[in-house]
Design a protein around this ligand. Structure first.
Ligand code: AMP
Ligand code: ZN
Length: 479
């Protein structure tokens, strides 16, 4: 079975492969750094991280580019009200974003370009679009993309193209100077915005005068620079389908003259709160720090964010976070048992996660293959977790040798990016009463008093513990 993923452009599930047979090159729209990212943003970034990890285990050699949006209306406004330079302000929030990503165990992108460090590339592209007749300059020195110049405009979002063909302004007779707008107000959109007084000194020189790039052009310019004119996949949250990704396609294809920009479009549905998208503008958001203050670990949050199919909206609840914590503890206990059977402890666990052999699951007899196959089938993380938990207790239900099971679990846990055994408590602190019971059982067994030793074993089991006899002595393990 090969990796398949739903493609927004064709609305079908397609096989995933590297077009150059060497590297799977993909671009994800990154954060706008003007405050802490919320856990809705992290749903999308976590899913993209799982995708990248699955590509790696599947042997598809991922190359991941994710940008930082460090100039737009929000970052400029934020920096001015914080009394900071735009550079210092966006650096502060980019650092926070990186710290949160690291706590959530996300792999660092191969390249993380930022809009401000790619101004010449954006200007080059806008110049090309003006030259090709796809863009025009207005009297104030702004540049707009002419939507009617691109016949395929609206194909990704499935807009009514006939209605768009000649539209240069929207129903309010204005062009879209704002970067974000609704699909029923399609109009020519800004590639370059002439400087205004509220921009303070945040502007750059260009052939059209001082100003700054619009939001959409940055991703066209940065993806082209780091991945080329066409590449394998482009991702983001579903709110980016329109207008952002629609506009990227229009800009990039008009500039290159090619039929294809990204070969595959990968969108993650939203994290919701009481039926509404979690977002800054609605004020219904949680950050990682807020959840940590409530005792939720980043791993439990990561587990919760993935444990709903990425194409379905996911409702955020505290119950689901607590359920994730319990599920993780159960998984840890199961792994501890397997480790103990191999005379290993939780300290040995990283070796199984950090060195997953590429193509581990290509072996016909690989353990936990049913869980892995769920990931190959449109990144079905809840299906994968369901398959994994249905094989518990592993010792009983799984016929593979213990060490091989640990390898299979290491590969799945790597693909999901779960950091286990972070909390020292779960490395099994055996209560004194349990130690005493286990000792009494051992003594009874040495004295060949089977009745007492059986009774004590049952007492231990009822309390959630088991003893494993060795040649000399015994181990006490959680059930
Ligand atoms: P932004 O910083 O607003 O550009 O968003 C960063 C990423 O988070 C984009 O891919 C958005 O589509 C995504 N996103 C925003 N809100 C949500 C949400 N509630 N659920 C899932 N993804 C979201
Ligand atoms: Zn983008």
């Amino acid at each position: 079975m090969n990796l398949h993923l739903y493609d927004t452009f064709t609305r079908t599930t397609l096989p995933i492969f590297a077009s150059d047979s060497k590297q799977f090159r993909f671009y994800c729209c990154g954060p706008t750094v003007y405050g802490p990212a919320h856990i809705g943003n992290f749903r999308t970034f976590t899913i993209q991280d799982v995708f990248r990890r699955v590509l790696k285990v599947a042997g598809l050699n991922p190359f991941h580019v994710r940008n930082i949006t460090d100039v737009d209306d929000k970052t400029i406004r934020g920096s001015i009200s914080a009394g900071m330079t735009l550079a210092a302000f966006t650096q502060k929030w980019a650092d926070k974003f990186h710290a949160d990503c690291s706590a959530l165990n996300m792999l660092v992108p191969d390249v993380e370009p930022s809009a401000v460090t790619h101004i010449p590339e954006q200007i080059e592209m806008i110049e090309g679009l003006v030259k090709n007749g796809n863009a025009y300059v207005t009297v104030d020195g702004s540049v707009y993309f002419k939507v009617s110049s691109f016949a395929d405009y609206g194909r990704l979002a499935r807009l009514d193209r006939d209605a768009l063909r000649t539209q240069e302004t929207n129903s309010a007779s204005t062009r879209n100077l704002a970067d974000e707008y609704e699909r029923d107000t399609v109009a020519d959109f800004a590639l370059w915005k002439a400087v205004k007084s509220e921009d303070a000194d945040n502007f750059w020189d260009s052939p059209w005068g001082r100003g700054r790039p619009g939001w959409h052009i940055e991703c066209s310019a940065m993806s082209r620079k780091h991945l080329g004119d066409t590449f394998d996949l482009h991702g983001g949250g579903i709110d980016l389908i329109f207008p952002h990704h629609e506009n990227e396609i229009a800009q990039s294809r008009s500039f290159t003259g090619l039929d294809v920009f990204a070969r595959h479009w990968f969108h993650c549905a939203h994290l919701m709160v009481e039926g509404q998208k979690m977002s800054k503008s609605l004020g219904n958001l949680y950050t990682l720090d807020q959840l940590r203050e409530k005792g939720i670990t980043p791993t439990a949050l990561r587990y919760t964010l993935m444990n709903g199919h990425y194409r379905q909206p996911l409702n955020f609840t505290f119950n689901s976070l607590h359920a994730s914590q319990s599920a993780l503890e159960k998984l840890e206990k199961e792994i501890l048992k397997l480790l103990a059977n191999e005379k290993l402890t939780h300290k040995d666990w990283p070796q199984f996660v950090d060195n997953v052999p590429v193509g581990f699951f290509s072996a016909d007899d690989a353990p936990f293959k049913s869980a892995w196959n769920k990931l190959l089938d449109d990144l079905n993380v809840p299906g994968c977790l369901g398959a994994l938990f249905s094989e518990m207790p592993f010792e009983k239900n799984n016929t593979h040798a213990g060490y091989r099971m640990l390898q299979g679990l290491g590969a799945i846990v790597f693909a999901l990016g779960l950091q286990l055994f972070q909390n020292a408590d779960v490395t099994v602190t055996v209560p004194d009463a349990i130690i005493a019971l286990a000792k009494a059982r051992w003594d009874a067994k040495q004295a060949r008093d089977w009745q007492t030793s059986d009774r004590l074993r049952k007492e231990l089991t009822d309390a959630g513990w088991q003893v494993k006899d060795k040649k000399e002595g015994y181990d006490i393990l959680p059930l």
